[in-house]
Ligand binder design. Structure first.
Ligand code: GDP
Ligand code: MG
Length: 163
């Protein structure tokens, strides 16, 4: 049986970068084929001998500007409902937004296990956002940098702990 781990968060926090990074680590051979996996939204990986179906949340490029918040909410709710563990990603280099807060409420009320991931934590520029994210009331964030490949070992260890 495979566990489903869903990556959620508002647009531009680095969800797809994190997805590709986690997928690439385990599926190097498959991912060596250029172009094939770029837009993949779901992949099966193994983390510490557990089978994990990892899902990314699609972009909202095609959404009407006024409907983005509602679409985000809908997508996040669906991803949460289908997951055994949530990776809720925020951008530690940016201020929290109302969309971050809205998703935090969904995560909390779902009662599902989650990891609050403070992405873009590769430099001091992320310190304020890292500490600011405590305001979400979801506990201690885990700092990572998907782009610079930092903190991902800790993240995978934490995923294993929670499954
Ligand atoms: P998504 O919309 O949440 O899927 O975000 P993307 O993965 O498309 O990334 C949005 C932008 O953030 C891109 O320009 C990425 O290169 C950048 N990004 C992703 N991860 C990091 C990171 O760890 N540090 C920095 N500085 N930028 C990142
Ligand atoms: Mg994306």
């Amino acid at each position: 049986m495979a566990y489903t781990v869903a990556i959620i968060g508002r647009p531009n926090v680095g969800k797809s970068t994190l997805f590709n990074r986690l997928a690439g680590r385990r599926l190097a051979l498959v991912d060596d084929l250029p172009g094939l996996t770029r837009d993949r939204k779901e992949t099966q990986i193994r983390i510490n001998r557990r089978d994990v179906v990892l899902t990314d949340t699609a972009g909202l490029e095609d959404a009407e500007p006024g409907s983005i918040a509602a679409r985000m909410r809908e997508q996040s709710e669906q991803a949460i409902a289908e997951s055994d563990l949530i990776l809720f990603v925020i951008d530690a280099r940016a201020e929290l937004t109302s969309v971050d807060r809205g998703i935090a409420d969904l995560v909390r009320s779902s009662g599902k296990p989650f990891i609050l991931v403070a992405n873009k934590s590769e430099s001091r520029a992320s310190d304020a956002g890292y500490y600011g994210s405590y305001e979400l009331g979801l506990g201690e964030p885990l700092p990572v940098s998907a782009e610079h490949n930092m903190g991902l070992g800790d993240l995978m260890a934490e995923v294993t702990n929670r499954l």
